[in-house]
Structure formats: C-alpha cells, structure tokens
Design a protein around this ligand. Structure first.
Ligand code: ZN
Length: 352
C-alpha cells in the first residue's frame, strides 16, 4: 500500500479488524456518489474522503447560503458571501482534506431527465454506492429506481427538526425504498428543514451512520451492514429500530416488477412560462395538499394567504420570490426564469 504518509493517514482505520489492509485497499479502489451536498452530504462526503474512498462524486444544484452554515460542515462564511455552488465549495474543501482522493464535483439538478446519465456516465463511471444527501422524496424515489436498475446499494438518510432516519437498500439482497414507503408523501405533508428547522448534531449523526454503512458495503463486510430502518430523535432521546428483513413486498413496482416510474416520469416537472419570469412546478405525486397547514408553516417565511383551492404569497428570503400553490401540489414560482432555482424553492418550502 502507498507511501509512508498514506500508511500513517489510515493507520487507526487499518487497525480495525473489520477493515485491515485488505479493506483499506478496497476503499481506495471504490467510488461513492453523494447526491445532494447539504448537511447530510457534507458530513458523509467528509468522512468518506478522510477514510480514503478512492473516488468521490458530489452533486448539488444549490449555492452556499449563510443559513446553511450552522450545519453544512464543508462550507465557510466566505463561500456563503461569494455564493459559491455547494458542489464546488465542497470539492475544494475535500481535496484539501485528502489530496489522495479524486473528487468530482457536479453542479446540477438531479432529475428524471439526467439521473441515469449522471450516475452511469459521470467522470468515474457507475458508483459502488449511492448516498442520499437529498432533501425531498421525489429525488429519493429516483435514486431508488437507479439503485435497483443498476444494482448499486443505496444508503438512505433524512434529517429534519430534531430527528432522522437511516436505512440501507441493497438490490437483490434486501427490500427497496418503495417496498418500505410505497407512496410518495403528498407535497407539503412533511416538514422540511426550512419550515421546521433542523438541529445540526442530528444531521451529523444521521450522515455519520450513512458513511459507516457505506464503508461496510465498500470493504465487503456484508454481514455487518444494517438491515434495520433506524429512526431517532436526539431531543426526545428515542431510538427505534424496525427490522426490514421481511420488508420486501411481492408486488413492489420497482424491485419486483422493475417498473422505474420515477426515472420514466413523463413531462417536465419544472417548466418556464414564456416571457413571464415564472416557473411552473408539477410534483411527482398527485395527492391533494393541505393548504391551510402549509399556509401556517409558511407564516414565518413571508406573507401568505390561502383559499380553498390555492395559496399565494411572497417569501421574505430567496430574493422575494412569489409563490402560488394549488391544491393538487402544482406551483408557480414568480420572479425567476431558472427552473433549478424554482425547484429548489419548491423543495425547501413545500417539500415532498
Ligand atoms: Zn421494492
């Protein structure tokens, strides 16, 4: 293995019985792809780069903002002042942490149109593990489709408020995400980090568990990989484990029938309305939205009013964009002609 510096860098890790020299060598030959470089993505990328995973791809569509800094550990105040793309700022920091790792940054929205190409044809080819650093269910179902299609393990994670969840889905060996959560939640039905806040140590714990599972997968420690859906609340001091050993459903559209509905989604989910500085967002799920509840959760982010069929208002932040949300989850984001910005605003304030 490598030079003296390399040997000493990984010394405390190689000493572990579960890793050893052989495991370290496997890590060095592995490729991890982290989709989303928010709090979860920052921490898991940092841990995997320090651990010596040979190639790491990070993908994110957003720019660093000051409201990210309390939890997104790869970014500095200067990154937020300069509004650097998260993938770029993250990659620069990761390369400084461990120059032996090849880091590929992709500044892109991850969606049905580009997901397959991004994962299969990125700089390092198909990854050995997919890590969830996303903030919405639509993207998670897309990652799950890809995981099953390409037979790449998917490490799911989510954190909001003071709690979070982690699970590992290994195609051919375990249930997939859709076996466990069969329906995409209705838009606005779930809290988001923007509407409910998030405690930084919670994201950090969840991302650390994700990185731990990824390391086990990459060194080939199959028997050690968690088969539970782990859910914890760090304020209420509760931990729940739900075994997923029998969670595979015989009629799962994804892993049984191999219908990749999120990859095959027809029609754009974000379209620009010509000449109006307005983007229309159509969510992946068709479930009705609770406008009164959504209006209440948006109250601290701007002036909003709801009627029976729609909600409308202007955000205090995000450049004062105006949002109109209809009861079927469709939304108009006014004040931008960038579909990526509009999708990000939708995911942050409404969520899926
Ligand atoms: Zn399934």
């Amino acid at each position: 293995m490598g030079n003296d510096r390399t040997t000493s860098r990984y010394l405390r890790q190689v000493t572990l019985a579960g890793i050893g020299e052989a495991g370290q060598e496997r890590l060095g030959k592995s490729h991890a792809m982290i989709v989303g470089c928010g709090a979860l993505g920052c921490t898991s990328a940092d841990l995997l780069v320090r651990a010596g995973v040979g190639r790491v791809t990070i993908l994110d569509r957003d720019l660093v903002e000051h409201s990210n800094l309390h939890r997104q550990q790869l970014f500095t105040n200067q990154d937020a002042d300069r509004r650097v793309p998260k993938a770029e700022a993250g990659a620069a920091r990761l390369r400084a942490v461990n120059p032996e790792v090849e880091v590929h940054a992709m500044v892109a929205d991850f969606n049905a149109f580009n997901a397959e190409a991004v994962v299969e044809e990125g700089a390092f080819g198909t990854p050995d593990v997919l890590i969830d650093g996303t903030d919405n269910f639509e993207t998670r179902y897309l990652l799950n489709d890809l995981s099953v299609l390409l037979c790449v393990p998917y490490v799911y994670g989510g954190a909001v408020g003071t709690g979070g969840m982690v699970a590992v889905f290994r195609p051919g060996k375990t249930a997939c995400l859709r076996c466990v959560f069969d329906e995409i939640p209705a838009p606005g039905s779930q809290p988001t980090c923007t509407t409910a806040g998030v405690l930084a140590p919670v994201s950090s714990v969840i991302a650390s568990l994700q990185a731990c599972e990824a390391i086990k997968i990459l060194v080939g420690a199959d028997a050690a990989v968690s088969t539970d859906l782990l859910s914890l609340d760090c304020w209420g001091n509760t931990i729940q484990r739900l075994s997923m050993r029998d969670a595979r459903t015989p009629d799962c559209p994804c892993c049984t029938e191999r219908r990749f509905e999120f990859l095959d989604a027809v029609g754009p989910s974000a379209v620009s309305l010509c000449g109006r500085q307005t983007i229309q967002i159509t969510p992946g799920s068709r479930a009705a939205i609770d406008l009164v509840k959504l209006c209440a959760s948006l109250g601290s982010h701007g002036e909003f009013e709801s009627t029976e069929t729609m909600l409308r208002g202007r955000l205090d932040g995000d450049d004062g964009l105006q949002m109109t949300v209809f009861h079927d989850g469709r939304a108009l984001i006014e004040g931008t002609d960038d579909p990526g910005v509009a999708r990000a605003v939708y995911d942050r304030y409404i969520g899926t």
